[in-house]
Design a protein around this ligand. Structure first.
Ligand code: 5GP
Length: 109
């Protein structure tokens, strides 16, 4: 799922870039997120997957920015809780850049 479409502010518009190939009906399902920010993306992902009737649905995220939450959403496992900063590296990008950094850093223009 993609919600950024460039820049450091989410558009709030969530796009399915690649849907699941397999059915999750009757299966335990774990969503692995990079970061939960406003919660909009995860809220939509949860609803989308829940409609497919998994046996269970849980979410883990590497990073969580709870102070930015606009949509209350259940996150079952959280790696690190961080402040309201835009972070890059370790898979997190800004317009496709910085994803390869071997650490998580705060982006400063
Ligand atoms: P949300 O819908 O919770 O506002 O945003 C979730 C998505 O926005 C994440 O999966 C991630 O792609 C992107 N995002 C949110 N905060 C950050 C951030 O600090 N750095 C980067 N690189 N992406 C972020």
């Amino acid at each position: 799922m993609s919600s950024y479409h460039g820049g450091t502010e989410s558009t709030g518009e969530v796009k399915i870039v690649k849907d699941l190939d397999a059915s999750i009906q009757g299966r335990h399902c774990l969503v692995v997120e990079d970061i939960v920010d406003t919660g909009t993306t995860l809220f939509k992902v949860r609803n989308l997957l829940q409609d497919r009737e998994p046996l269970s649905l849980k979410v883990c995220t590497l990073l969580d920015k709870p102070s930015r939450r606009k949509t209350p959403v259940q996150v079952d496992y959280i790696g690190f809780t961080i402040e309201d900063r835009f972070v890059v590296g370790y898979g997190l990008d800004l317009d496709g850049k910085f994803r390869n950094l071997p650490y998580v850093g705060i982006y400063q223009p």
